[in-house]
Design a protein around this ligand. Structure first.
Ligand SMILES: [Zn+2]
Length: 671
């Protein structure tokens, strides 16, 4: 049987031949690729020649090339368009891959070669990028347990494998809970909802085979429902289901999984000689220590909480004026906040939305990338994995730079959230294929897709990550694109959001879906002025999660994470009417994998930098200043992980940033 995953891809742009790839191909392809990779690694380890950079470090870079190619395709569709078979494959791959990485990391002969190179690094005549790759490779091995022996080594291996399976289970449980729940609405219950919410609810109903409109747990539906529905009872019901994700009892309950993950992480850190998991995890970040993270978070927490408490009193008074007694609850905040926004800023989201058409916002992001970096985007017709996905070729002065895919609409087969991934990463001689996946509400047939301002920000955010991948220009894949410290990786994405706030961008691209008229200047100014609106709430909701994440991984792992979560929130006096942005049973960032564990703070860490970095453009001569754009590309967007994050930032900006620009940007400096 031929397997398109294992054959050369004789396709335009070396795209994966999605039209020929079937789910039945993946297992065989992964098994074959793993055998190849193991053989290649063994050949390096047992090479009779003296270790050299080429026969060891460079050879390791390409040992699992085929595996990377197959998994690049698989994980993209497993996240963006899953089905039972793909979920089953994910569960099966996870221990197979974890066993392979453990075997590589624990290969004594291989590590001896790496260590020999490391010890003689000063005599090897390496380029800067090669020195960096050697340093990172050795560090990766040490952190994976290469220096351990005997029982400790075996135990670390089983802990790592178990953690990897638990992460997959956590994700799948969450998706199941998100997919299972819906609330059907009668025509009466649509009262007060703007057209775009009603459209989205009807489209969601149709997708789920229900006659009428439904509210689902997709962020693009539930958040506007909580903002606009005057029915407090329905808001409470929807909010309860939303916050209960992963905590519904039965087979999909994530609470015991979270507890086990935390315990195993603590054990893993201990085996490797660290005091706790946070210390282990932060060693490789720009922040370096839990203390540095805590200090930043608390500097922002105090003013944010003060602002939120003050705002809560205002909203509570509005609710009492409405004739509703009792305390302001988490299902009330967004509703009264929306009313207050309209009263104070005269800003009605349903009035803004017709101006934010998905297609125009995509054009806006492309245009900014053109003005900053000279990139051009042309649609291309290539086989893709779902009919909703679109593809563009990215060029500069006629030279091929990348293929960019946009997969923007929510569907039941897609996990929640928004992300950017590379189906193929950049390295010497190879240009990347990059995809942005979002969960925007799909319009009913024949209507244009409309975004909220938040959605438009998400689009720019993910596109910023995409630029980091597409402009990457390094020799080695393992340090290309977004392969940088976790607390640095959100800099390009959050920085790019600032271009959406540039008035001339909105004037040009925010045009009314029905009339084509540009957004009136005064509406644009109101929109921009309102961008710091309710920042107390947003900051507190985010920081609640970031602080719980950090404390979960500091010191001893909690036996009962739910009880510990409450204790931490009580300790910082979390306002009662604000929930965590992600509570433990559905905190996928930190439990679906290792990515953001004791790393959820990174968004804020990066925001310190993005506020400061955008200020550099303003100081230099404006948002499209060519010299700053050139510096941004040279030191950050093209450089991947080829240098320490702090060095890259200083090269771009001339100095390190402080939290002042962030507090100012969030409007929290004058509390
Ligand atoms: Zn991001």
């Amino acid at each position: 049987m031929t397997n398109p995953l294992l054959e050369p891809w004789d396709t335009p742009f070396d795209m994966p031949p999605f039209d020929r790839i079937e789910d039945g191909h993946f297992m065989k392809a992964v098994e074959t690729a793993l055998v190849q990779a193991r053989e290649a690694v063994e050949a390096i380890a047992s090479n009779p020649e003296t270790p050299s950079f080429t026969n060891t470090i460079e050879a390791l870079e390409t040992a699992d090339e085929t595996l990377g190619r197959v998994l690049g395709v698989f994980y993209n569709i497993a996240g963006a368009d899953t089905n039972d078979e793909r979920q089953e494959l994910s569960r099966e791959f996870s221990p197979m891959l974890s066993a392979y990485s453990s075997d590589v990391a624990m290969n004594t002969a291989l590590f001896a070669r790496i260590e020999a190179l490391w010890q003689s690094r000063d005599t090897l005549d390496l380029t800067g990028e090669q020195q960096r790759l050697l340093y990172l490779t050795r560090r990766r091995f040490v952190r994976a347990g290469a220096e351990l022996e005997g029982i400790a080594k075996d135990r670390l291996r089983s802990v790592t494998e178990r953690l990897s399976s638990l992460g997959v289970q956590f994700t799948q449980n969450l998706l199941a809970d998100e997919r299972d729940w819906m609330m059907e609405l009668t025509e009466d219950e649509l009262e007060g909802l703007p057209d775009f919410v009603i459209d989205a609810a009807r489209a969601a109903g149709a997708e789920r085979g229900v006659k009428g409109p439904v509210i689902t747990l997709s962020r693009s539906i539930i958040v506007p429902f909580l903002q606009f529905s005057p029915r407090r009872d329905l808001r409470e019901r929807a909010h309860a289901a939303w916050t209960a994700r992963g905590a519904n009892g039965g087979e999909t309950d994530n609470r015991a999984i979270a507890a086990e993950i935390l315990e195993l992480r603590e054990e893993r850190a201990g085996l490797l000689g660290y005091d706790d998991f946070a210390e282990f995890k932060l060693e490789t970040e720009m922040a370096k220590t839990p203390e540095a993270v805590r200090e930043l978070l608390m500097k922002v927490w105090e003013p944010a909480r003060d602002r939120a408490v003050e705002d809560g009193l205002r909203l509570s008074a509005m609710m009492h004026n409405d004739g509703v007694n009792g305390d302001l609850e988490p299902w009330d905040w967004r509703y009264y906040s929306e009313k207050r926004r309209m009263a104070e800023h005269d800003l009605d989201e349903s009035e803004i939305k017709p101006y934010l058409q998905l297609d125009r916002m995509i054009e806006a992001a492309f245009d900014c990338a053109n003005r900053l970096f000279g990139l051009d985007f042309a649609p291309v017709d290539v086989p893709l994995y779902h009919p909703d996905v679109r593809a563009w070729e990215v060029t500069r002065k006629g030279e091929h730079i990348a293929i960019f895919l946009g997969d923007y609409f929510a569907r039941g087969s897609k996990r929640s959230g928004a992300w950017c991934s590379a189906i193929r990463s950049q390295k010497a001689g190879v240009r990347p294929i990059v995809v942005n996946v979002c969960n925007f509400a799909k319009p009913s047939k024949g209507k244009p897709a409309l975004l909220s301002y938040d959605d438009a920000r998400t689009l720019f955010h993910e596109f910023g990550h995409a630029l980091h991948q597409m402009l990457s220009n390094v020799t080695y894949e393992s340090i290309s694109g977004t392969s940088v410290a976790r607390d640095f990786v959100e800099l390009p994405s959050q920085l790019f959001e600032h271009w959406l706030e540039v008035p001339e961008v909105l004037t040009k691209y925010a045009t009314h879906a029905d009339t084509g008229a540009p957004m009136p200047d005064e509406m644009r100014d109101r929109l921009l002025a309102a961008s710091t609106y309710d920042m107390g709430f947003h900051t507190v909701e985010y920081l609640g999660s970031a602080i719980v994440d950090l404390e979960f991984h500091t010191g001893e792992a909690p036996e009962d994470p739910i009880a510990r979560q409450q204790e931490i929130l009580d300790g910082i006096e979390m306002p009662k009417a604000i929930g965590m942005r992600h509570a433990t049973p559905h905190f996928a960032h930190i439990f679906s994998g290792d990515g953001y564990s004791s790393g959820y703070y990174s968004y804020m860490w990066s925001e310190v930098m993005d506020a400061d970095a955008f200020a550099a453009f303003q100081e230099a001569g404006g948002p499209f200043d060519p010299d700053m754009a050139e510096k941004l590309e040279r030191h950050i967007l093209s450089a991947g992980g080829s240098q320490e994050a702090a060095d890259a930032y200083i090269a771009f900006r001339g100095r390190m940033p402080g939290p002042e620009a962030l507090l100012k940007g969030r409007g929290l400096d004058a509390v």
